[in-house]
Ligand binder design. Structure first.
Ligand SMILES: [Zn+2]
Length: 237
């Protein structure tokens, strides 16, 4: 391979400090492909929350971009931005996990060439976030970034191998052909309200209601690892 065509991928892991799979993915890809070390960066999103294995210290970092209210997370955001300015990645994969049984999928801002290149490699559904919650999130403030939301119930050895294979293709730009016949692109119109969640109880992932297709829905209190009750999605036209 000619190195001058290689792209640089940044893996942002543990923006929620208790979501550590991104660190495992980074280690796995470097173990398999040490020759790509110069083209992959690991950036721990929330370093202190990660060291304490907590979701956050003061407030949810992924709801704090662009906010002025002083918090520990604002310092982490400043460090993340500085690191990205130095690293200058071509692509940014922001890795999250959930206890909810929602499969593995992307959460994206408006699709652009960089995000489409990433999505075309993975056979995962894509949720383009339209709810205002995106305005204070990482992907709402960095057009190269896309979030990958892995359900802890869906992760196994093949998930990690799949990530290694796809990220390697992203770096080497080896065939970016779209083979994803099963991929659906959704628009997330808004979050599911607490009232809707309780009135539909039980509401199941990928169930279709008048409001749309439900995704990221917690089964019960044990899966409430985020403050919201899921997304109402519609298939993109
Ligand atoms: Zn997360």
């Amino acid at each position: 391979m000619t190195t001058n065509t290689l792209k640089h991928v940044a893996i942002v892991a543990a923006m929620h400090g208790d979501e550590v799979y991104g660190i495992e993915l980074y280690n796995a890809i470097l173990t398999k492909h040490p020759e790509l070390a110069d083209y992959i960066s690991l950036i721990v999103g929330n370093e202190r929350a990660y060291s304490e294995r907590k979701r956050y210290i003061d407030t949810d970092m992924n709801r704090s971009f662009g906010l002025a209210k002083e918090s520990h997370e604002l310092q982490e955001i400043a460090r993340l931005k500085t690191t990205l300015r130095t690293t200058k990645p071509d692509y940014i994969l922001d890795i999250h996990t959930t206890r909810r049984d929602s499969g593995n999928f992307f959460i994206s801002g408006e699709l652009n060439a960089s995000r489409i290149a990433i999505c075309s490699l993975f056979n995962f559904d894509v949720c383009v976030m339209k709810d205002p919650v995106i305005n204070t999130s990482f992907i709402g403030n960095n057009s190269k970034a896309i979030s990958l939301e892995y359900s802890l119930k869906s992760i196994d050895a093949s998930t990690t191998l799949n990530f290694i294979e796809n990220t390697t293709k992203l770096i080497t730009q080896a065939p970016l052909a779209n083979a994803n016949t099963n991929q659906t692109i959704y628009e997330v119109e808004r979050l599911i309200s607490p009232d809707e969640y309780s009135s539909y109880s039980p509401l199941v992932n990928y169930e279709i209601k008048n409001e749309g297709t439900a995704l990221m829905v917690p089964k019960d209190e044990s899966e409430m690892d985020a403050e919201y009750f899921g997304f109402w999605c519609k298939e993109a036209a």
